[in-house]
Design a protein around this ligand. Structure first.
Ligand code: PLP
Length: 404
């Protein structure tokens, strides 16, 4: 049996559609972000990264690096076990306390990534709670969808960011069902923000618990970086807040926060929490330092908002269409997978601008895009250089200009 022929057959189909994923090989340079060294033969050696989820550059923050290095020297590299068997370190406990405080909750529980936290928490809630029904926003992240699927609980999909549709769907459920409303604050691909007040109100009216993914908002919104739920004063009314340590906090890991009983329940029943080696203590210490920094300092958030505003204004001035939203995510719509890839290739090869093309299945077919995430460390010159490059390509590729 020629197994490789089976593999290549599927891969060839992806390539024909223009949806084959090609990774850029980068060497990040601490102190120089968003500049990085490219190891791709066709690209210049030095490139500017325009699509990082290290939104605030905290991955290279001196105190964060120091915390990681110091802890590695003091405690070694790995945790040496699962949380249950020898891997539960002081750094994990401190980080969980920091996270609980960030979201105004009793407790927090760490996972090895945000993906794992969603997968593990939703599969545990859906499978262990009696008569659970999970009501999932139609644009929820793959990690939530997989967790819900794995739970085997009944699932109801409601229209994206539509509290009225949620209301109707909740009303149709049996009164005795355990209802879990799962949604996100900032949706990563369109950058739109949910109507959280309305969703919470609808959920409360039906006695449903709320499960909120704040992955693209933690560190970024709210006076202390507690996300959109902090900004809107809704932390107390959300049952569970989930987040990542790998995006704005610049390290790695995921977590959920909630009541002591909720976290203890997931700690005690979630396979994806129990049967895996704990995060390295050095990562926990670095994440803890990053969270503390962003609780105190609003400077990174303010400067980022400023750069986001500038890039939008410059794109508008050039007639380059981008999705309007209230977040830091700027999607420039290309609407064709092959063109999207070509544009990204030219930006990288001719201009040293790195932006990953976003194609199916990350976004629906026909909505392919370049997704820009300006940060506090992108200079005004970086913005101008990017906009000029895009304007040049726009003319070359004869793409339709924005009418809006
Ligand atoms: C990235 C992402 C996750 C997963 O977080 P990681 O820490 O990267 O695993 C979860 N939810 C959403 C909405 C995401 O975009």
């Amino acid at each position: 049996m020629d197994f490789d022929a089976l593999f290549t057959e599927s891969l060839d189909a992806l390539k024909r559609e223009g949806n084959y994923r090609i990774f850029a090989e980068l060497e990040r340079r601490a102190g120089a972000f968003p500049r990085a060294i490219s190891h791709d033969a066709q690209a210049p050696d030095d490139v500017t990264v325009w699509c990082s989820n290290d939104y605030l550059g905290m991955g290279q923050h001196p105190t964060v690096i120091q915390a990681m290095v110091d802890t590695a020297h003091a405690c070694g590299c790995g945790a040496g076990g699962t949380r249950n068997i020898s891997g539960n370190t002081h750094q994990h406990a401190m980080l969980e306390a920091e996270l609980a405080d960030l979201h105004g909750k009793d407790s927090a529980l760490l996972f090895t990534s945000g993906y794992v936290s969603n997968w593990a928490a939703l599969s545990t809630l859906g499978s262990k709670l009696p008569d659970a029904v999970i009501l999932s926003d139609e644009k929820n992240h793959a990690s939530m969808i997989e967790g819900i699927r794995h739970s085997k609980a009944d699932k109801v999909i409601w229209r994206h960011n539509d509290p009225e549709d949620l209301d109707r769907k909740l009303a149709a459920l049996p009164v005795n069902a355990t209802k879990i409303v799962a949604f996100e604050s900032v949706y990563s691909m369109d950058g739109d923000i949910c109507p959280m007040d309305e969703i919470v109100e609808v959920a409360e009216r039906h006695g449903a618990m709320t499960y909120l993914d704040e992955v693209h908002a933690v560190g970024m919104y709210g006076a202390r970086g507690g996300g959109i739920s902090e900004e809107r004063g809704l932390q107390d009314r959300i049952t569970l807040i989930e987040g990542t340590l790998g995006k704005a906090f610049g390290v790695v890991g995921g977590y959920v926060t909630g009541s002591a009983a909720l976290c203890d329940f997931i700690r005690s029943f979630a396979s994806g929490f129990i049967f895996t080696t704990a995060l390295p203590p050095a990562c926990a210490a670095a994440a803890c330092t990053s969270i503390r920094h962003l609780k105190e300092s609003g400077a990174e958030r303010a400067r980022q908002k400023e750069q986001v505003r500038k890039l939008r204004a410059r794109l508008d001035a050039q007639g380059i269409p981008h999705l309007p939203n209230d977040s830091h995510i700027i999607p420039v719509m290309i609407k064709d997978p092959v063109k999207c890839r070509q544009l990204a290739d030219i930006l990288m090869q001719d201009f040293g601008i790195y932006v990953q093309p976003i194609n199916y299945p990350t976004v629906p077919k026909g909505t392919e895009r370049l997704r820009f995430t300006p940060g506090p460390l992108h200079t005004d010159e970086d913005i101008e250089y990017l906009v000029q490059a895009l304007a040049t390509l726009w003319k070359r590729c004869a793409l339709a200009h924005a009418v809006a």
